[in-house]
Design a protein around this ligand. Structure first.
Ligand SMILES: Cc1cc2nc3c(=O)[nH]c(=O)nc-3n(C[C@H](O)[C@H](O)[C@H](O)COP(=O)(O)OP(=O)(O)OC[C@H]3O[C@@H](n4cnc5c(N)ncnc54)[C@H](O)[C@@H]3O)c2cc1C
Length: 472
């Protein structure tokens, strides 16, 4: 079936307005949150109901057409880019299907925006704990596919810890249930396999998530440091002292300056080399004592000052600055590249020093804003992607940073996934045999390899990829 015929068949299912085929309409879907990559889809289709979605996937299966699921497109590894294939937009599927406050469960469609779920269950004193900084835009389906994290995942765990069941449509059109909302499942952990599969194993039709009770009390602290080293030391000392904050985030001076110059200005000290944003939550009893212990540890590690947010307004501002930091960097340059690696926490001081040296060597500004408590680094480099020479320096710097993290005992992604951005780094940590095992696992879900082709495992390891016809 050619492209026009496919567009007509898709329109018959979802209506003409839900199928995009003009280059000018598709332009916006050529990138995700990493603007350095552009891949044009052949078509984009936006089902509005589960029935339409199922019919679309079955049509694509019959016609053996490759496709790429896409939620909000906030991914930071080029995972939702469809290169000459069909982009399957899921952001019209936005219903919270049910809330079971007693059992603290909710069933949602994949296009529900993360923070909308928390808003929907707030009247029950509940929230959805995984809170990526993109939570105002990213979808639960995208979170499942990336096994997304977020500031509060230090204490509460990542997406996988909060998803109890999934209904999935496999690329061949079969519908399967994974996991079990009523308790432990038996047999292989296929739910755990699907979470983090980056759209390569099928499409989540609905997601059953665990909800968390709102804490009785919260304390949010801002500690400011005159050296990055001291902030990193404080991070290790807090964890070593046996305190598990709800969140422990670090921002360096370049990030602070970008935030403070933007509409998200949070009152961070602009002369600080780094700040730690710390949060404690739980029972009201004892929370102020824990806050005092955090203050003492930070001061003992060299903090200049530690302040506790006085009210909800101040707390919201402090968090808004952190969560909108990537956006604030839009002021610095036209494009931004974000690295995502995870390292042992104790290696934070030397790895941060090494990253600064790499930036200096390549003549680039590296801004660090990251989940320090998890050892999950996010060095950001604002740059101009239209300048090939600068882009080449950025690429060299990013590769050197990743190698440094792997050599420090780390891994190539903390939460943003592999997508296309990190394909070349996979052999740094996985042997050919492991990569081959991943390809064979993929075959169990998608033997024709039509779902999100060319992602996650390097093509030389998974040779058959892209065999499926590409529409042009
Ligand atoms: C400013 C900013 C801050 C961020 N902060 C964080 C953070 O703190 N923590 C974090 O983990 N990430 C963060 N991210 C990255 C991103 O928001 C997450 O990876 C998020 O989970 C992506 O969701 P999405 O709906 O945008 O998915 P998309 O980008 O649309 O897609 C991501 C992947 O999921 C697949 N997919 C989407 N929906 C489905 C579905 N229903 N079924 C199967 N596969 C599907 C796609 O094929 C793709 O591979 C941030 C991004 C930005 C821009």
């Amino acid at each position: 079936m050619n492209r026009d015929a496919l567009a007509r068949s898709l329109s018959a299912i979802v209506g003409e307005r839900q199928v995009l085929h003009r280059p000018s309409e598709l332009l916006v879907y050529a990138s995700d949150g990493l603007p350095g990559y552009r891949r044009e889809p052949a078509l984009a289709v936006f089902p509005r109901t589960r029935e339409e979605l199922v019919a679309v996937v079955r049509l694509l299966a019959r016609e053996r057409v490759p496709f790429v699921p896409r939620g909000a497109g906030t991914g930071l590894s080029g995972g939702a880019l469809a290169d000459g294939s069909v982009l399957l937009g899921l952001n019209r599927l936005t219903r919270v299907l049910s809330v079971d406050a007693e059992n603290r469960l909710a069933v949602v469609e994949p296009g529900v925006v993360n923070v909308h779920l928390t808003r929907a269950v707030a009247p029950h004193g509940l929230h959805y704990a995984p809170d990526p900084s993109s939570q105002a835009a990213c979808t639960i389906g995208g979170n499942v596919a990336e096994n997304a994290g977020g500031p509060h995942c230090l204490k509460y765990g990542v997406t996988l810890n909060h998803v109890v069941a999934l209904t999935v449509i496999l690329p061949d059109g079969d519908i399967v249930s994974l996991g079990n909302a009523d308790g432990e499942d038996e047999g292989y952990d296929l739910l755990g396999t699907f979470v983090g599969s980056e759209g390569c194993f099928g499409v989540a039709l609905d997601v059953t998530v665990r909800l968390s009770p709102n804490p009785q009390a919260v304390r949010t602290l801002l500690a400011d440091f005159t050296s990055l080293d001291a902030a990193a030391r404080a991070t290790s000392s807090i964890i070593a002292a046996g305190i598990v904050p709800a969140a422990l985030e670090m921002m360096d001076q370049a990030t602070i300056l970008a935030v403070e110059a933007s509409i998200y200005a949070a009152g961070y000290p602009v002369d600080a080399a780094a700040v730690l944003l710390l949060e404690l939550d739980g029972l009201a009893d004892g929370i102020d004592e824990d806050a005092d212990r955090l203050r003492t540890i930070c001061l003992g590690s060299g903090a200049r000052s530690v302040r506790v947010a006085r009210d909800e307004g101040e707390r919201t501002r402090l968090w808004q600055g952190r969560k909108k930091a990537f956006g604030a960097m839009g002021r610095v340059s036209s494009h931004l590249v974000v690295q995502d690696a995870v390292i042992p926490r104790t290696r934070l001081p030397d790895v941060l020093r090494a990253i600064a040296l790499i930036g200096e060597r390549e003549g680039l500004t590296v801004c660090n804003v990251f989940h320090a408590g998890d050892g999950n680094l996010h060095p950001n480099i604002p740059y101009n992607a239209n300048d090939p020479e600068e882009s080449a320096r950025v690429h060299r710097a990013m590769t050197a940073i990743m190698r440094t993290c792997v050599e420090a005992g780390g891994s190539v992604t903390g939460e943003h996934g592999i997508g296309i951005d990190k394909l070349d780094y996979m052999p740094l940590i996985f042997s050919e045999a492991s990569l081959d095992a991943m390809c064979r696992l993929r075959d169990a879900f998608d033997p024709a390899r039509r779902a999100n082709p060319g992602k996650v495992v390097p093509i030389r390891s998974c040779r058959e990829w892209m065999q499926a016809p590409v529409l042009r």
